[in-house]
Design a protein. Structure first.
Ligand code: SF4
Length: 70
């Protein structure tokens, strides 16, 4: 699972960061610093989904991996 942010949509609400600081880092101005295609560590999929769902402006999304990497 990977997560990405649309920086044109993010309004620096910071809700995602409250769900998990490491998964959803913020830059110094409070905007999401998730970037594009950030790998979600094993076991953090549920938190990733929560963070994506909690964003009030739908700036975050989940990019499903191709199955069977490696
Ligand atoms: S919750 Fe949404 S708007 Fe707020 S910082 Fe995270 S991505 Fe940006």
């Amino acid at each position: 699972m990977k997560i990405s942010v649309d920086n044109d949509v993010c309004e620096a609400h910071g809700h995602c960061n409250i769900v998990d600081r490491e998964l959803f880092p913020l830059d110094e101005d409070g905007y999401s610093d998730v970037g594009q295609g950030k790998q979600v560590p094993a076991g953090k999929e549920g938190l990733a989904e929560q963070g994506v769902e909690i964003c009030p402006v739908l700036a975050l999304r989940i990019d499903e991996d191709d199955a069977g990497i490696g």
